[in-house]
Ligand binder design. Structure first.
Ligand code: HEC
Ligand code: HEC
Ligand code: HEC
Ligand code: HEC
Length: 216
């Protein structure tokens, strides 16, 4: 291929990429990189793999996509409630993808506890991490702990009650994902992509993320 043509094609590729919206970033070295040597402080000191804390290629937890490598959070959970105002149906306990997040963020399961370990065995917790944000037995604590009491958190595992709640935007034009017509953690967060801190699907300047769903 002639060089000017190649350069033009590469440039066109960039324009297409930029036109597609914000560039995504990698989970590697993000706050979701728990491996030894991660720029997030290395929650573990013996495990060099990144994906293994959440996924495994083999022997994943039964019936739980996507090849999930963790046990479910122990709960029990207390769900958001506002009778008379909330129009959606809230599940009795977190379901769908929210269950996956809470297997670390409810603080009931050690971060280094995975179902299918690598050849190096149970990842050793990094005692030197400061601030550790870990309990002595390796559970999440600190600012990212959501806990099991979800009454003070934005509702999750709730159906998107459009148009019963006239304050919600039409889901047909929504830029955020619903899962079986439900809002889950991943409606607002992108677990692999730290480009918009903290792992947000949209930059929330001017509350753009909130206004994607709420017509306030
Ligand atoms: C902190 C937990 C976590 C880590 C670490 C992680 N993932 Fe995921 N991954 C998830 C969750 C949760 C989902 C389910 C979809 C969602 O909620 O966005 C998912 C879904 C996926 C999917 C299904 C398609 C999709 O994007 O939804 C693929 C493929 C995937 N992950 C690949 C990877 C790879 C490769 C790595 C390592 C480089 C990795 N993941 C690391 C949590 C994680
Ligand atoms: C393997 C355990 C694990 C899973 C599963 C997991 N997280 Fe995290 N998450 C962490 C850790 C560890 C941190 C960093 C905490 C710290 O450094 O104090 C974190 C941090 C975060 C932060 C804060 C990021 C920042 O920039 O400050 C958000 C938001 C978050 N997680 C959302 C999610 C969501 C949403 C899911 C599910 C889709 C999820 N996490 C699944 C372990 C996990
Ligand atoms: C409706 C949107 C939305 C949903 C649903 C949602 N989050 Fe968030 N989350 C946010 C926003 C926005 C922030 C940033 C808050 C800030 O910086 O003021 C945030 C912040 C966080 C943080 C950082 C610590 C903090 O309190 O600021 C964690 C950890 C987190 N979310 C985890 C989760 C988990 C786990 C779920 C599901 C159980 C979830 N989020 C569901 C919008 C959401
Ligand atoms: C993915 C869509 C979505 C996003 C994004 C979203 N919300 Fe919501 N929010 C909902 C749904 C659905 C409900 C439940 C409404 C119902 O059932 O009547 C809700 C409920 C609420 C409630 C509770 C209302 C009540 O009557 O108790 C508040 C407050 C709220 N959201 C604020 C926010 C804020 C602030 C943000 C941005 C940080 C945000 N939401 C982002 C979908 C979303």
């Amino acid at each position: 291929m002639k060089r000017p043509l190649l350069i033009a094609l590469v440039a066109l590729g960039w324009v297409a990429l930029l036109g597609a919206g914000a560039l995504s970033a990698s989970i590697v070295n993000s706050k979701h990189d728990l491996s030894a040597g991660s720029l997030n402080g290395g929650i573990t000191s013996s495990e060099s793999q990144v994906c293994i804390f959440c996924h495994t290629p083999h022997s994943a937890t039964a019936n739980t996509p996507p090849l999930w490598n963790r046990s479910k959070g122990a709960g029990p959970y207390q769900m958001y409630s506002n009778p008379g105002s909330i129009q959606g149906q809230i599940a009795a306990a977190p379901d769908g993808g929210s269950e996956l997040c809470l297997s670390c963020h409810d603080g009931t399961i050690a971060l280094n506890s995975v179902v299918n370990e690598s050849a190096t065995g149970t990842p050793t917790l990094n005692d030197a991490r400061t601030p550790s944000h870990l309990t002595a037995d390796g559970k999440l604590t600190g600012y990212a702990l959501i806990g099991t009491d979800l009454r003070n958190d934005h509702p999750v595992s709730i159906t998107y009650a459009y148009p019963d709640d006239p304050g919600l935007n039409n889901p047909a034009t929504l830029s955020l994902p619903l899962y079986n017509n439900k809002v889950q953690c991943s409606s607002c967060h992108s677990v692999h992509d730290p480009a918009n801190t903290p792992f947000l699907r949209l930059n929330n300047t001017g509350s753009a993320l909130c206004l994607a769903c709420h017509n306030k």
